[in-house]
Design a protein around this ligand. Structure first.
Ligand SMILES: C[S@@+](CC[C@H](N)C(=O)[O-])C[C@H]1O[C@@H](n2cnc3c(N)ncnc32)[C@H](O)[C@@H]1O
Length: 247
């Protein structure tokens, strides 16, 4: 599955406009306070945004944040402004092309913000123990439309537990389904790459979270997804998908 996803985000998609669902945030729903932060972010980073929610909790100044599947870095660069000079944001992604865009514009953002407080690492979110990340070292871990793409979601949740400081928070947006997805749809590379067929049945997500030790999972917001591509909609049939942000 890693190859399928790397190919999708590294080669198939060139910009947000190539997505075949309404998973990416509707600009009209964007909070006013976010707009000036996004205005400081390079266009190429913004054009390759593939998230499905808003992973910016309040009051982040001075925090250490980890972004799982940081892509071209939009959320990293937005969070970098919220944590300020005394904070730090680490982005991890496995796709070279996505990381290259994020890193290529690092100097641009240092100049815009007046400080350098981000690090991008190449890695797999199921194998975070292979990276030089200290246990109990992050105040917040975020992830935006990535866990559905992981073939081993339980490992991801276990690593989040290990890396969060006591009292830290996992704040993430992802895609969920109203039922378990049949195997022939999981095997479809476009449905998987579009963040649909790797999505968990939401009740399985609740179980997985509890098993990983997240005993008090709270829904921040959710919305139904529209499958805008007719061919994909026909394959999906009447399965309903929604994006949800949890903390
Ligand atoms: C839907 S995009 C979201 C990117 C970013 N969070 C955003 O909001 O623009 C999914 C990203 O997750 C990365 N990804 C998917 N599975 C991964 C894994 N197992 N380990 C690391 N990165 C992964 C992909 O390379 C891609 O950049």
């Amino acid at each position: 599955m890693h190859d399928v996803v790397q190919n999708y985000y590294g080669k198939e998609l060139q910009s947000t406009n190539d997505l075949k669902t309404s998973a990416c945030c509707d600009i009209s729903n964007m909070p006013e306070w976010l707009k000036p932060l996004l205005a400081n972010i390079h266009d190429e980073v913004l054009n390759r945004y593939y998230g499905c929610g808003l992973v910016c909790p309040a009051l982040l100044e001075g925090c250490r944040i980890l972004d799982l599947g940081s892509g071209s870095g939009r959320d990293v660069y937005a969070l970098a402004q919220l944590v300020g000079e005394s904070g730090h944001v680490v982005g991890v992604d496995m796709t070279d092309e996505q990381l290259a865009v994020a890193k290529q514009h690092q100097a641009y953002h240092v100049e815009k913000f007046g400080y350098d407080n981000v690090t991008f690492l190449h890695g797999y979110i199921e194998k975070l123990d292979e990276l030089d990340l200290e246990a109990n070292s992050f105040d917040i871990i975020v992830s935006n439309c990535v866990i559905n793409l992981s073939p081993d979601k339980a490992s991801v949740m276990a690593s989040v537990q290990r890396l969060l400081k006591p009292g830290g928070e996992f704040y993430f947006s992802d895609v969920y389904a109203d039922r378990r997805i049949p195997k022939h749809l999981i095997d479809d590379p476009v449905l998987y790459g579009e963040c649909l067929s790797g999505a968990l049945y939401w009740k399985d997500f609740n179980r997985l979270s509890r098993d990983a030790g997240f005993l008090d999972v709270r829904l921040v917001e959710d919305r139904p997804l529209e499958i805008t591509d007719p061919a994909l909609a026909a394959k999906i049939g009447d399965i309903q998908f929604f994006s949800a942000t949890y903390r």
